[in-house]
Every structure is written in structure tokens, then in C-alpha cells.
Design a protein around this ligand. Structure first.
Ligand code: ADP
Ligand code: AMP
Length: 248
């Protein structure tokens, strides 16, 4: 595989650079977001990243950009994504190992959609141990399956910048256009009901155990995400308050 793994300007990234020559600081945020597809990881990740001035690394956004651009990585991963299946660990781990070594990540990061298997969680721990930058926490967002289906069926996404909207809960200012860049919003293929049910099964089988991996290591923080986005944000800050970076 080449190095087509995304960069600071990838869709979904904050685009800000947090360059620093010294090692990690006590207040740094190195956070993993966990939870089923549609629970609100991207929405919360973007809010946190904007507040902290650090990038969100979304594997889904990186992979969708690769598919759109027709890169070798995109050609190898497209069929898994369309079916709502996981892309094989080897491809994802290689992509994220390279991405996490880039300079803009040194001041902290938020991971959205990675790790999604215990194997990926182990690979991530290895990369971060090598960088001497361990995770500060893993945040598990929880809602009912019915709410997940409602959120995904109403989700609309900007294909250019990765911002997400909801037809009822978070509509764009102009009908069907991204507030940030005016691109026409899309309903993702894998957000259609046939694929959503498969994605939820894959989540239960392969990804839910990742929460256990972090619980065993004392890193897991759980938040009830069944409330409007601003309320979930408040709950998240309260739940993470033991971390220096989240004391107000
Ligand atoms: P994920 O990244 O976990 O797949 P998203 O952040 O993309 O989830 O959110 C899925 C959908 O639900 C989007 O349409 C988003 O606008 C909407 N959404 C996110 N958080 C909430 C919330 N707290 N309440 C209602 N809708 C939400
Ligand atoms: P997301 O945008 O996070 O819902 O991801 C969309 C799709 O990308 C998933 O359904 C998978 O096919 C693929 N994908 C994203 N992240 C991963 C990952 N960490 N491991 C395997 N596949 C992934």
C-alpha cells in the first residue's frame, strides 16, 4: 500500500495544526470514541476537536475520500464499506499507524471509528506505546438501536468536508447544502435500512468487545447519548472531568 492514508486536510479533520517540539503535555487529549454507527461519534468528535484545537481522525472519512479519489486503498476497501462489513484489520492498522505518526497529531487527537476490533485496539496500543503517547480515555456513547436507526436514516453528509446533518434534529441552513462549503449533501449508501442492520450486527459482534478491552485497562468512560447534541457534550465533559484537559 502507498501512503494514501489521508492527512491534516482530510475530510472530517479540523485542519488545524498543533505542532510542538517537546513531548506530550499533561493536558493533552488522546481520545478514542466508541459506540454503534449513528450514535453521534462524529458530531461529538467535531465539537470536542473544535474546543480543543486538535484533529479528529475518522477512518470512515479517510476511507470514503480514498474511494472517491480511486486510490489503491479505496479500490481495495470499497466493497467492504458498501456491504457494511469491516475492512480487514491489516489495511486499517497500516493506514492508521502512518496517520498517527504525522506531525499534526502530536498535540493530541480524537479517533472516530478506530479501533473497531480487539486486534485493532492492540495494534493501536502498540503504535502509541512506541510514540510514548498513551490514550487518555476511551469514550463509549450509548443509545438504543431504534434511536440509531432514526439517526442514520435521517443523516445527511457533506461528501467534501465530512460534516453531518440530520433532516429533523440538525438540518442545514439551506436545503440540502453544507453550511460550511455549499456542497450538495448526500444520503450515504450504507445508511440505508438494509445495510444499517448489518452494520449493527457487525458492531455487536466485532466492535462492542473493544469497550471491554479499555474497561480492563481502566480507560473506559460511558455516556448516555440519548439527548440533544449539546446535552451529550455537557455529559461528556462531566464524565471526563478526571482528565486535566477536561477541567473547566
Ligand atoms: P456516528 O459518527 O456515530 O456514526 P454521527 O455523528 O454521524 O454518528 O450522527 C448520526 C446522525 O445522528 C447524524 O444525522 C447526526 O446529525 C445525528 N445526531 C448526532 N447526535 C445526535 C443527538 N445527540 N441527537 C439527535 N441526533 C443526533
Ligand atoms: P463509519 O463512517 O465510521 O461508519 O465507517 C464506514 C465504513 O468504513 C464501515 O462500515 C467499514 O466498512 C469501514 N471502516 C471504518 N473504520 C473502520 C475500521 N476501524 N475497521 C474496519 N472497517 C472500517
Amino acid at each position: 500500500m502507498g501512503t494514501d492514508f489521508g492527512s491534516a486536510s482530510e475530510p472530517g479533520g479540523s485542519g488545524r495544526r498543533a505542532t510542538r517540539s517537546l513531548g506530550p503535555a499533561a493536558g493533552d487529549v488522546r481520545l478514542v470514541l466508541l459506540g454503534p454507527p449513528g450514535v453521534g461519534k462524529g458530531t461529538q468528535g467535531r465539537m470536542l476537536a473544535d474546543e480543543k484545537g486538535i484533529p479528529v481522525l475518522s477512518t470512515g472519512d479517510i476511507l470514503r475520500a480514498a474511494v472517491r479519489e480511486g486510490t489503491p486503498l479505496g479500490r481495495r476497501t470499497q466493497r467492504f464499506m458498501r456491504a457494511g462489513e469491516l475492512v480487514p484489520d491489516g489495511l486499517i492498522d497500516e493506514m492508521m499507524s502512518a496517520r498517527l505518526r504525522q506531525e499534526d497529531v502530536r498535540g493530541g487527537f480524537i479517533l472516530d471509528g478506530y479501533p473497531r476490533t480487539r486486534g485493532q485496539a492492540e495494534a493501536l496500543s502498540g503504535v502509541l506505546a512506541g510514540l510514548d503517547e498513551p490514550l487518555t480515555a476511551a469514550l463509549l456513547l450509548e443509545v438504543s438501536d431504534d434511536e440509531v436507526v432514526r439517526r442514520l436514516s435521517g443523516r445527511r453528509s457533506c461528501p467534501a468536508c465530512g460534516r453531518v446533518y440530520h433532516v429533523e434534529h440538525q438540518p442545514p441552513r439551506n436545503d440540502q447544502q453544507c453550511d460550511a462549503d455549499g456542497h450538495a449533501l448526500i444520503h450515504r449508501d450504507d445508511d440505508r435500512p438494509e445495510t444499517v442492520h448489518n452494520r449493527l450486527e457487525v458492531y455487536r459482534r466485532d466492535t462492542a468487545p473493544v469497550a471491554g478491552y479499555y474497561r480492563e485497562r481502566g480507560l473506559l468512560v460511558t455516556v448516555d447519548a440519548g439527548a440533544p447534541p449539546d446535552e451529550v457534550r455537557e455529559r461528556t465533559w462531566a464524565a471526563l472531568a478526571r482528565e486535566p484537559a477536561f477541567r473547566r
